[in-house]
Design a protein around this ligand. Structure first.
Ligand code: ADP
Ligand code: MG
Length: 228
């Protein structure tokens, strides 16, 4: 489903070049559950942003469902991201002035889905996450765990093939964090390909496959599923 070939991401900071990713080769099969670990600053978020088409690699090729995304223009990448990829962030990234329902409707607005259908699907997504009674609350009227549920509803409402989560429990108490992980794992069991960045080893050990990054390079890749 995904293939990264010799991916490199350099950041220019003043007269210094930071090699956030170097020589990254990684293939991910549909349906896999993969945890990415590594020290702070090792390139985990950069890798996830590249996978999510939120950032462009400096070099190399990224194949998504057989298409080389590095040859697509911004619009085509945005469309692909909107249709096929969901993203969950540590700090939720909900739009503050919009209700939970409106936040979940956003990706469908981008996709040009009609208002009635949008409302129907957003309500359904929120109901599946146990958030129906909070649909008309704004993010500042929700707890951290509830915000992350809304963010997950937004991430999956377009039924993406790939779900990326960058430290999704990093800003939550233990109980809400466990809850969020359980939801993500259920989505994976329903077929979505799941990549979770975490520095929590016990959380990483729940994933079938674990990739460790150090200094922008893949240092270890264990538990890879060879079939599928
Ligand atoms: N936008 C940016 N500009 C400059 N340097 C960056 C930028 N984003 C990340 N970096 C650098 O790239 C490296 C990897 O960062 P990141 O992927 O955020 O690490 P992690 O998520 O593993 O903590 C770090 O050295 C960081 O300082
Ligand atoms: Mg990070």
């Amino acid at each position: 489903m995904i293939e990264l070939r010799d991916i490199r991401r350099d950041f220019q900071v003043g007269d210094q070049t930071v090699h956030a990713l170097a020589d990254v080769n990684l293939a991910i099969n549909a349906g896999e559950y993969l945890a990415v670990t590594g020290p702070s600053g090792s390139g985990k978020s950069t890798l996830l942003n590249v996978l999510g088409l939120l950032d462009h690699p400096t070099g190399g090729h990224y194949l998504f469902e057989g298409r080389d995304t590095t040859t697509l223009d911004d619009q085509a990448q945005a469309t692909l991201r909107n249709r096929r990829i969901g993203f969950v962030f540590q700090f939720f990234h909900l739009v503050p002035r919009l209700t939970a329902q409106q936040n979940v409707e956003l990706p469908m607005s981008l996709a040009g889905i009609e208002p009635a259908e949008r409302a129907r699907r957003a309500s359904h997504a929120l109901a599946q996450l146990g958030m129906s009674d909070r649909a008309h609350h704004r993010p500042d009227q929700l707890s951290g765990g509830q915000r992350q549920r809304v963010a997950i509803a937004r991430a999956v409402v377009m039924q993406p093939a790939l779900l990326l989560a960058d430290e999704p429990t990093g800003n939550l108490d233990q109980a809400s964090g466990a809850d969020v992980i359980r939801i993500l794992e259920e989505l994976n069991q329903q077929g979505i390909t799941l990549v979770v960045v975490t520095h929590d080893e016990s959380l990483a050990s729940r994933a079938q496959r674990r990739v460790r990054i150090v200094d922008g390079r893949i240092e270890k890749d264990t538990g890879r599923r060879e079939d599928a």
